[in-house]
Design a protein around this ligand. Structure first.
Ligand code: UD1
Ligand code: MG
Length: 449
């Protein structure tokens, strides 16, 4: 039985924010959510210790199987963990982490949990060039024996470069024994969970320090400068993940990933592409410069040319989009369909092979297979009160600069003459509302008085 306790009660006053610190996003995902994701598969139970801004924290994490424990006063990390004691399963193992450390590595967590399950009192440590601010780890005969906080350390202890990351794992029964015995007799007047280490040594329990595989991964964010550093590290990690999955990033530093992105093989991602939310790319997808994708799915062999904006859109195989196209929620582009420059599609389906190549608005519409919408075709879907649907049959051809006033239907194969305003269904042949062309011989232009 592995119980995971995530401390998330602190205020994070240096963030100068109304948002609780653990909800500040890294890569578009709240920091505490990253921590939850990192332990989700290992944990039998996840317990969050909440305090400051707890209503927001509970709401942001709603719908996940989490147990919340309240710490009404922030009296220190030992006090925080003690609040979770009644929820822990006797005889099991407890892992403690911080809600503001979003970059933690799974390998570290696994090593720490393995040590805890073997009965050790185990902590995750890091070797830092500059250990300032962290608790220092003292070892004897290779085993960690105490953690001393910066504010309580002797000058000699301040020279130690091995620091306490804060992550801990031990048999639950040892926490049940040590936590109630903590005192707050120290420089900060807090109950330090770190004092449990010395208690473990005194009780004859074996202790173990697991040194992190990646010192960057243990960083937390205390202010927005550090938050930006975490963001930078996270972006680098995510870009590398995409590259390892088979995507070419032409200039990796100029791709931003805010959310959960999956890419296939041989995708090519040009500079200034931004991802938000859940985005999935198939194989051989090319994203041109400045493409912005939010909560969208792009199937294989699709090219999205520069400066397109897609939100909640679904694009099927071999579609061709842009440059400068906008796909709004509910846009569906079926296989081989085309949306060219300055085309906006909303809640509409372009069926296989359908085309809107230039300057169109296609909203609340179905465009049949191979139908062609000429430049400037507009579906007039809104009468000021209600939205109505436009149905365009397969192989229909709509001449340029036509307005289709919904609700309206074009039967399969019909033609609409350029410049028409279509208010009634077109059942067959040619629909045309254009005024007749006249010619005035000898016409004179006005001249200035
Ligand atoms: C702690 C460790 C220190 C370690 C450092 C790593 C202690 C005494 N010290 O120090 O050895 O090097 O982390 O970053 O544990 N929290 C609560 N309730 C509280 C106090 C804290 O939920 O009453 C939460 C905070 O929100 C934060 C985490 O616990 O997420 C760490 O607390 P913080 O005050 O930042 O501890 P440090 O002084 O940095
Ligand atoms: Mg801290």
């Amino acid at each position: 039985m592995l119980d995971v306790v995530i401390l998330a009660a602190g205020q994070g006053s240096r963030m100068k924010s109304d948002l609780p610190k653990v909800l500040h996003p890294v890569g578009g995902i709240p920091m505490v959510q990253h921590v939850i994701n990192a332990v989700d598969e290992l944990a039998d139970r996840i317990i969050l210790v909440v305090g400051h801004g707890q209503a927001d924290v509970r709401q942001a994490l709603d719908g996940q199987s989490l147990t919340f424990v309240e710490q009404t006063e922030q009296l220190g990390t030992g006090h925080a963990l003690a609040q979770a004691l009644p929820e822990l399963s006797p005889g099991g193992t407890t892992l403690m982490l911080y809600g503001d450390g979003p970059l933690i590595e799974r390998a570290d967590i696994e090593a720490l949990v393995a040590a805890g399950r073997e009965g050790h009192y185990a902590l995750l440590t890091a070797q830092l060039e500059d250990p300032t601010g962290y608790g220092r780890v003292s070892r004897e005969n290779g085993r960690p024996v105490s953690v001393v906080e910066q504010k309580d350390a002797t000058p000699e202890q301040l020279n130690i470069q091995e620091i306490n990351t804060g992550l801990l794992c031990a048999p639950t029964d040892s926490f049940a024994r040590y936590l109630p015995a903590l005192s707050s007799d120290n420089a900060q007047g807090e109950y330090y969970v770190t004092d449990c280490l010395a208690m473990a040594v005194a009780a004859g329990q074996t202790t173990q320090a697991v040194v992190t595989v990646n010192p960057d991964s243990i960083l937390g964010a205390n202010d927005r400068v550090q938050l930006a550093e975490l963001e930078g590290l996270y972006q680098r990690r995510e870009r590398e993940r995409l590259m390892r999955a088979g995507a070419t990033l032409i200039d990796p530093a100029r791709v931003s990933i805010q959310g959960q992105v999956q890419t296939g093989r041989d995708c090519v991602i040009h500079p200034d592409v931004q991802f938000f939310g859940q985005v999935t790319l198939g194989d051989r997808v090319t994203l041109g410069q400045g493409v912005i994708l939010t909560d969208s799915t792009i199937a294989s062999d699709t090219e999205i040319q520069p400066y397109c904006v897609l939100q909640r859109a679904r694009v099927e195989q071999g579609a061709d989009i842009g440059p400068f196209a906008r796909l709004r929620p509910g846009a569906v582009m079926e296989a081989g369909s085309k949306a060219g420059n300055f085309v906006e599609i909303k809640n509409a389906t372009l069926k296989a092979g359908a085309k809107a190549n230039h300057l169109s608005y296609v909203g609340d519409a179905t465009v049949g297979e191979r139908a062609n919408l000429g430049a400037g075709t507009i579906t007039c879907n809104y009468d000021g009160a209600n939205k109505s649907h436009t149905e365009i049959g397969a192989d229909a051809f709509v001449g340029s600069n036509s307005a289709l006033v919904a609700p309206v239907r074009l039967a399969p194969g019909v033609t609409v003459g350029a410049g028409s305003t279509i208010t009634r269904d077109v059942e067959q042949g040619l629909g045309l509302t254009r005024a007749k062309q006249i010619e005035i011989p000898g016409y004179r232009r006005p001249t200035k008085d």
